[in-house]
Design a protein around this ligand. Structure first.
Ligand code: PHE
Length: 342
């Protein structure tokens, strides 16, 4: 076969190969096979030109170059075509439908517990109380001793505790902050203390090892139980509705004397008796009392001059009562399906 025939055959073959290449990779293979410096079909033929006679060489050389240019042109064309197709395909694949609804992270919300704490704070701020916090890791002294609960006193059983090392424990109530505030300041004292507390309680629908309280403390000259009653009744109405009445049942706390439980007439049945109030018509919302003189004198307050009252309420209990929640655990599980209702 003459070089000329070889060239013509190669041209036809490669032309149809290039036209038929379905991907850029296949095309690249063809390119290497034809134009490759080492062993490329066309390259090999062109090298053979040297063995031609001086008369043949220019003509065959010209034709060879023509074919080379033709095939290179064809290759570039097909390459551009295939690239265009590939881009088209990617654009289709990655198409963004701008008419679809957007998706964005759901906005955060304030946890029901903090909503209720804010509500309580607002009410007491309106009554002139300041808001402070205290440590969750307490000493035995502040959690018990200073609150008139000596080590061997049976009333310690009211607060089953998580003890840490060296006389430290997780506070079982917010009452220790009463003592810390009185140590740090002189009367008049008028504060509330929201915060977390911990008790070694068995977990059930109304008990959890972690919970929140809001403590209240007011000490001044001439403070009486009547002030306590009036203040807490205003609070109960602000929280549970204008028609509410408050009742004070005798109770016992080592750091208040006298002590009482605050009952509010049931806002669900208006006192007639229902499931919420266990048919009594009344719901207990907190403990309170007049600050025990021993607590006052321990912080150096003159008990002849000053008297005061204190109260402490469970935030979870108030949240559950006011929102109709029947299991405290729901408040700690962090399940958004539950929480986003509030
Ligand atoms: N600290 C008490 C408790 O946790 C509640 C309380 C506070 C009672 C203040 C009286 C005065 O049970």
């Amino acid at each position: 076969m003459s070089i000329f025939d070889e060239l013509t055959r190669l041209k036809d073959e490669v032309t149809s190969e290039i036209r038929g290449a379905s991907t850029l990779e296949v095309l690249e293979e063809t390119k290497i096979r034809v134009f490759g410096r080492k062993g490329g079909a066309l390259t090999t033929i062109l090298r053979g030109l040297g063995s031609l006679s001086a008369e043949e060489r220019p003509e065959v050389g010209r034709q060879a170059n023509e074919i080379k240019e033709f095939l290179e042109g064809l290759l570039a064309e097909r390459q551009a075509e295939l690239r265009g197709e590939a881009l088209e395909g990617r654009m289709l694949e990655e198409r963004i439908d701008v008419t679809l609804p957007g998706c964005w992270p759901p906005p955060g919300r304030i946890h029901l517990i903090n909503q209720v704490i804010r509500q309580i704070k607002d009410i007491f701020r309106g009554l002139g109380f300041g808001v402070i916090r205290g440590p969750e890791v307490e000493t035995d002294f502040y959690n018990f001793e200073a609150l008139n609960i000596p080590a061997d006193h049976p009333s310690r059983e009211m607060w089953d505790s998580f003890f840490l090392r060296e006389g430290l424990l997780l506070r079982t109530h917010t009452s220790p902050v009463q003592v810390r505030v009185m140590e740090a300041s002189e009367p008049p004292v008028r504060i509330i203390v929201p915060g977390k507390c911990y008790r070694r309680d068995a977990v059930d629908a109304t008990h959890f090892w972690e919970f929140h309280q809001v403590e209240g403390l007011l000490v001044d000259e001439g403070v009486t139980f009547a002030d306590l009653k009036g203040t807490l009744e205003v609070f109960a109405r602000a929280l549970f509705g204008k028609r509410r009445r408050a009742r004070f049942n005798p109770s016992y706390f080592p750091f208040t004397e006298p002590s009482a439980e605050v009952m509010v007439d049931c806002f669900l049945c208006e006192g007639a008796g229902c499931r919420m109030c266990k048919n009594s018509g009344w719901i207990e919302i907190m403990g309170c009392g007049m600050v025990h003189p021993r607590v006052l004198s321990r912080v150096g307050y003159d008990t002849e001059r000053y008297t005061g009252y204190a109260f402490g309420m469970g935030v979870e209990r108030i949240a559950m009562l006011s929102r109709g929640i029947d299991d405290i655990r729901l408040l700690f599980e962090g399940d958004d399906r539950f929480l986003r209702q509030f």
